[in-house]
Design a protein around this ligand. Structure first.
Ligand code: PAF
Length: 326
């Protein structure tokens, strides 16, 4: 009886050790983005984590890295390609450097409102663009959202393109955006986002442009007095995965990542909509002078050459398809 007891104890010991090993076999997924833990991207990251961990019953655990601690957006996209980052929530700003087909989405005044933009990203064309990521060592998981971009600066109120003349404006590392600001008469300075706050503080640049979501999440009122609601470009965001992790997964596991990314995008869009309703008042409360009613026609006219440059380089087909879908 003693021997049997010892044997049973030994077997159950092995089983417990096995279970412990299984419990430790969870794969850690590193998710990066450039914004703070109070931002719309963090709301999206939380939804991603909750969904993936629930669907996979703990097979995957997600660790969120905020505030550009894994680098700027361009660097993180490179990280996905070489497998040092697993999932990234990023604007499409630097994406055109990797996937030129995505440049079309960053054309100024392409969309009039959120419904139009979301409808294009949720269409077959949006799916096609997500699949294109696969041709460039990236996995497109879902279209998320950053928001309509507006101009802030430390110098003066901007109501017309002429007011922006000579202003040193930080832009994303995106050729289409740089051209648009050049056409407006401003002096575009491409820069990775993690460097921006200090650059504004030290006066290396006078202004920047970002959605209300980002202006709120980054406390830009501390370094920028003026906000002009130009809404000059819709800034999509995308949830991207690393092929180095995702290509090794089963269809079921990959499906969990897709579902987690869809939940992330949905939660982010809801937060963008909330901040669109409540953010401007919050910025005013924090001392920003907000120019609300802007006649955008002169801005639209000023940025037209950006369209010509885009179509001469990439043709008109993609642009026409976006315009037809919108
Ligand atoms: O300005 C940018 O670089 C982007 O809008 C940001 C803030 C990193 C969010 O994607």
């Amino acid at each position: 009886a003693f021997k049997r007891h010892v044997l049973v104890a030994a077997i159950s010991g092995i089983a417990t050790a096995g279970m412990a090993l299984q419990a430790h076999a969870a794969t850690e997924v590193n998710l990066g983005h450039t914004l703070s833990s109070t931002s719309h991207y963090s709301v999206g990251a939380d939804a991603f984590k909750e969904t993936l961990e629930r669907l996979s019953d703990g097979e995957f655990t997600v660790t969120e890295h905020t505030s550009g601690s894994l680098g700027g957006e361009r660097e993180m996209i490179e990280g996905l390609q070489i497998g040092t980052v697993d999932v990234v929530i990023t604007s499409t700003g630097p994406l055109g450097n990797f996937v030129p087909e995505s440049y079309v989405l960053d054309l100024p005044f392409l969309f009039e409102n959120y419904d139009q933009a979301r409808c294009v990203l949720d269409s077959e064309l949006g799916d096609e663009l997500l699949e294109k990521m696969g041709e460039h060592d990236l996995v497109g998981l879902a279209w998320s959202e950053n928001g309509f971009r507006h101009l802030t600066n430390s110098q003066r109120e901007i109501a017309t393109p002429a007011d922006a003349e000579g202003l040193r404006v930080r832009t994303m590392e995106n050729a289409v955006h740089q051209e648009a600001f050049r056409q407006m008469g401003a002096r575009p300075t491409p820069m990775a986002f993690p460097e921006l706050f200090t650059a504004l503080q030290q006066g290396t640049v006078d202004g920047q442009e970002n959605p209300i979501t980002v202006i709120v999440a980054t406390n830009f009122w501390e370094v920028q007095d003026y906000l002009s609601l130009t809404g000059h470009v819709y800034s999509p965001a995308i949830v991207l995965g690393s092929p180095i992790l995702l290509d090794g997964l089963s269809d079921e596991e990959r499906g969990w990542f897709m579902e987690a990314a869809a939940a992330s995008a949905q939660a982010t869009r809801e937060e963008v909509s909330r901040l669109e309703r409540e953010g401007v008042a919050l910025l005013e409360e924090n001392g920003m002078t907000v120019k609300i009613d802007i006649d955008i026609a002169p801005f639209q006219e000023a940025v037209q050459p950006a369209y010509e440059i885009f179509t001469s380089e990439y043709g008109t087909e993609m642009l026409e398809r976006v315009q037809e879908t919108a």
